[in-house]
Ligand binder design. Structure first.
Ligand code: ATP
Ligand code: PMV
Length: 468
């Protein structure tokens, strides 16, 4: 498979919230958010049809997974409802991908509205290829065999067998399962996907005078559009820190008011297109009130953020709901705890930003102490005992400054602040191997690390073998 000459590629990073989980749901508080080196890449290409064939469809595929192709037709919805896609059947069955479908509705509507062409002329057939870095999903035990993929072999890109071994051990693994069977590691795949798919569509269809991912205005449009699409696809309004990280990379994050999106009609319903354009462009800067402060987040020289995947079979549902119920119930005591926790989170951010490596360990301990208190008082295992034991033990490994349960916490992940050298990495790997043996859990140090940069354009050559 040669190198394709045409197309636009973008990538957006995953996320980890080092401190500020739960608090960040309220605009009175902030979160310390890091973008990650694991990216979701989307390549947009024109589909060339034979002469006389008037095919208009958008094909989205994730060639790393089985049965991961979604094809859509589209039409202009009446009464300014925007461009609405309809999924087309591929082979014998139809698997929905709500994040892809909603993103197409939002991005294509914005494109048709903004471009100078007639709406349906603005959107020609295209193929979007999604490639996710390996750390988003746990790796299969053994490399997958080539599959014939009979149901959609006509259009799914299957790398030739000769390159398959290399691909399974290289940047983009092939998984022997459909996307629904992949085990996620919690790095924010949906936010990175929605952001990079939105950016790929905007870059593909609009001239740089209307969308330029490298400019501040372009990032603003991407952020507002991706937040709106992600919230609609999720069916709820979270803090949006994951989309902010996907667009801007690491930052100190204060959320937008939920009311920003509450007046937006559903995609395809009357008035959706002008309402979306207005909220995305926010021409007077009065609609969006999120604060995404990039210069407030940095690390001391020689320090890295690393992640561990903890696979121990425990799951916790409804954590956010239970913590917020506790806060509503215990207004005053909870408010005091959150106030002090916010101060400690800011102190940690200050120590990291100021390069005060010597203060980091104590600052992390201070944060963890109150996170545990919040957990005990709300009855939610935010930093469960098994994680406390592991984090305390990891502090004893030379080169580890400290670690936390990131985001909402729970049993399944850790974020560590470590000395950024091979020796520390080897010691942590050795330690978690021993811990897994001893405790009967599976703890893995992921290759992924904190990174400052957000969504960006990529060279097509990176994806050789995966696109045509
Ligand atoms: N490689 C991919 N190709 C296509 N769609 C994907 C891909 N990765 C993720 N998605 C979409 O994102 C959904 C997963 O989103 P979900 O919010 O459950 O996970 P997440 O964002 O990784 O979770 P977390 O917020 O815990 O990190 C999938 O069901 C699919 O719709
Ligand atoms: C609990 C919360 O504050 C953080 C959730 O983070 P994560 O998905 O566990 O990385 C929710 C949110 O900010 O949307």
């Amino acid at each position: 498979m040669g190198l394709p000459e045409h197309g636009t590629a973008v990538s957006a990073p995953g996320k980890v919230m080092l401190a500020g989980g739960y608090l960040v749901l309220d605009r009175a508080y902030t979160g310390l958010v890091f973008g990650l080196s694991a990216r979701i890449n989307v390549i947009a290409q024109e589909i060339h049809t034979s002469k006389g064939v008037h095919l208009t469809e958008i094909v989205v595929e994730s060639p790393q997974f089985l049965e991961a192709q979604w094809r859509y037709g589209y039409h202009l919805a009446e009464a300014d409802g925007g461009i609405k896609v309809t999924q087309l059947q591929v082979g014998s069955h139809l698997t929905a991908n709500p994040f892809v479908e909603t993103t197409l509705n939002f991005a294509l509507t914005y494109i048709a509205r903004t471009s100078k062409h007639r709406p349906t002329h603005a959107v020609k057939s295209a193929r979007l290829t999604i490639l996710a870095d390996n750390d988003y999903y746990s790796q299969p035990a053994s490399p997958s065999a080539p599959t014939s993929n009979s149901s959609n072999s006509s259009s799914t890109t299957t790398p030739p067998a000769s390159t398959l071994n290399a691909l399974t051990t290289s940047r983009f693994a092939r998984f022997p399962v459909p996307l629904s069977g992949a085990h996620k590691t919690g790095l924010g795949s949906s936010a990175a996907l929605v952001t990079s798919l939105t950016a790929a569509l905007l870059s593909h269809y609009l001239p740089t005078s209307l969308f330029d991912i490298t400019s501040a205005e372009g990032k603003k449009i991407l952020h507002n559009l991706a937040q709106a699409a992600h919230c609609a696809a999720q069916g709820k309004v979270g803090s949006g820190f994951d989309v902010a990280a996907a667009v801007y990379g690491s930052s100190l994050y204060r959320r937008f008011s939920p009311s920003v999106l509450s007046a937006l009609p559903e995609a395809g319903t009357p008035g959706f297109a002008p309402a979306l354009e207005k909220v995305v462009k926010d021409e007077e800067g009065k609609i969006w009130d999120a604060e995404i402060l990039k210069d407030k987040i940095s690390l001391p020289e020689g320090m890295a953020v690393r992640m561990c995947d903890v696979d121990c079979g425990s799951q916790t549902v409804g954590m956010v709901k239970s913590v917020l119920a506790w806060r509503a119930r215990e207004g005053e005591a909870a408010g005091e705890l959150w106030g002090e926790l916010q101060r400690r989170n800011e102190h940690l951010a200050g120590a990291l930003r100021g390069g005060r490596t010597g203060e980091v360990r104590e600052a992390v301990r201070g944060v963890r102490e109150l996170v545990r208190k919040m957990g005990v008082e709300s009855g939610v295992p935010i930093e469960p005992e098994s994680q406390t034991e592991l984090l305390d033990a990891l502090e004893g490994v030379e080169g580890v400054y400290g670690g936390v349960v990131p985001g909402a916490g729970g049993f399944d992940a850790l974020a560590l602040l470590v000395r950024d050298d091979k020796e520390t990495e080897a010691r942590v790997e050795e330690f978690v191997k021993g811990w897994s043996r001893e405790k009967g859990s599976r703890v893995r140090l992921l290759p992924v690390r904190g990174e400052m940069e957000g969504a960006r354009k990529e060279e097509l050559g990176v994806y050789e073998g995966w696109i045509r």
